[in-house]
Design a binder for this molecule. Structure first.
Ligand SMILES: Nc1ncnc2c1ncn2[C@@H]1O[C@H](COP(=O)(O)OP(=O)(O)O)[C@@H](O)[C@H]1O
Ligand SMILES: [Mg+2]
Length: 414
């Protein structure tokens, strides 16, 4: 495990870091799961120096028990544990904690291989550190994860925001699904919100492809074919994704899609509102009864477009139609995807053709978007720091600011 000189690194006092000894850090309880007594001692020393409360487990089973009994704010988890290894511990915790909670896990590994990292992330770790590491790095990662998940902790005792955000593609292929999925992950992982993503492309929903999930996973069909729709049923049908968001998947085949009717949507969305801060709904360009019901339920309606003539034509028609339906104009927003791609139509041209401001832009990065799609790992999960990831994060921040600020009507009054 650790080399003697690694221990020396631990004996060095941690470098001072701004804001470390905050009340928040002081209060946090950290669970260390590692079988090496030296590592236990050194981690305990370092963490206590920073004011954290430390719990120690020497094997996976004890670690799991302490997690369940003590509800730590964060776990440092060694991979090479006797009997139950670190991957198994992480998988078990993720399976048991349910969709309303998420304890941040940092995996400690002696190996450098990418597969170890990927396996760790798939098992449910949020971050990993390769031994030996400097205490300052460990503490910085801990602080960042605690900050990221703190709003979730604060959620205990306060009701979820319960906002429905619908993402509507003015044309197939403009990037609606890409934006909906990655915005959902940004709202959860970077902004600490509880998020559920609904694939409402009932016939050809492709979240399973984007998120590498099989046809065997539960879907909205399991909701609508049950004798009655209640919260417990909805919770059972949701699929938890490694990124931390929950999913309500589309039917596994087009022919079953018709089992979902427009009466189902308001019920389903109302239940989801009561559980999550954001209910992100991905819908296609059809203005059919189901999509209109979703539009009616949505607090914010994002029309995703690209700068080309057929898209502009569709956006104009959609804006006219929803105007006639009496939809409040303030909840409709235009999102220009691939905003910096050359199309011959500038954003100004598009705005003047539509006589409307385009409030949001997402940059063009074809490789980043397509390789994420084809690998089943959204870029907001694996490459949040890429230009496309940063663009989506800016978008997520803005919608979070707007959406979390507006007062939410009580359930049942809409
Ligand atoms: N910002 C972007 N930059 C480059 N390519 C993108 C971007 N957003 C989406 N794409 C690509 O466009 C294609 C269609 O995306 P998708 O999200 O499935 O669109 P839609 O849901 O509107 O049909 C995919 O190949 C995707 O990788
Ligand atoms: Mg789509």
């Amino acid at each position: 495990m650790f080399q003697p000189d690694d221990r020396c690194a631990y004996n060095r006092p941690a470098e001072p870091m701004d804001g470390f000894n905050t009340g928040e850090a002081m209060a946090a309880k950290i669970l260390v799961i590692d079988d090496d007594p030296n590592v236990q001692r050194l981690l305990t020393y370092t963490l206590k120096q920073e004011g954290y409360e430390v719990l120690v487990a020497s094997d996976g089973a004890e670690g799991f028990r302490l997690w369940s009994a003590e509800v730590p704010a964060l776990i440092l988890l060694d991979i090479m544990l006797p009997k139950v290894d670190g991957y198994q511990v992480a998988t078990k915790i993720r399976a048991e904690e349910g969709s309303a909670a998420h304890v941040p896990i940092i995996m400690l590994t002696a190996e450098r291989e990418v597969e170890q990292k990927v396996r760790g992330l798939r098992a449910g770790a949020d971050d990993y550190l390769i031994k030996p590491f400097h205490p300052a790095e460990l503490l910085a990662r801990i602080k960042s994860l605690l900050a990221r998940f703190a709003p979730r902790d604060l959620l205990v005792g306060r009701p979820p925001l319960g906002r429905v955000l619908a993402f509507y593609g003015a044309k197939g292929g403009v990037g609606t699904t890409t934006i909906a999925i990655n915005a959902a992950i940004a709202l959860h992982r970077e902004l600490g919100r509880k998020v559920v993503l609904v694939d409402a492309n009932l016939q050809f929903g492709d979240h399973r492809v984007f998120l590498d999930l099989g046809l065997d996973r539960k879907s909205i069909i399991d909701v609508v074919t049950a004798p009655s729709i209640d919260l417990d049923l909805i919770k059972q049908v949701l699929v938890h994704h490694d990124s931390g968001i929950d999913l309500l998947l589309a039917p596994p085949s087009p022919e079953t899609a018709e089992l979902v009717t427009e009466e189902h949507m308001p019920q389903i969305l109302d239940h989801l509102r009561s559980l999550f801060d954001y209910v992100i709904v991905d819908i296609d360009k059809r203005l059919d009864e189901i999509n209109l019901k979703i539009l009616d339920q949505a607090d914010q309606f994002f029309v995703v477009m690209t700068a080309d003539l057929s898209c502009l034509k569709n956006v104009r028609l959609v804006l006219e139609t929803i105007g006639h339906l009496g939809v409040e104009p303030g909840k409709v927003h235009l999102v220009l995807n691939r905003s910096n791609a050359f199309t011959g139509i500038s954003m100004k041209n598009a705005e003047s053709a539509l006589k409307r401001t385009i409030e949001f832009q997402v940059i063009n990065e074809y490789r980043g978007a397509i390789s994420a799609l084809n690998s089943g790992a959204p870029f907001m999960y694996t490459k949040a720091d890429s230009p496309l990831g940063r663009s989506l994060l800016d978008f997520g921040r803005t919608i979070d600011k707007t959406a979390s600020g507006t007062p939410q009507p009580a359930l049942g009054t809409r």
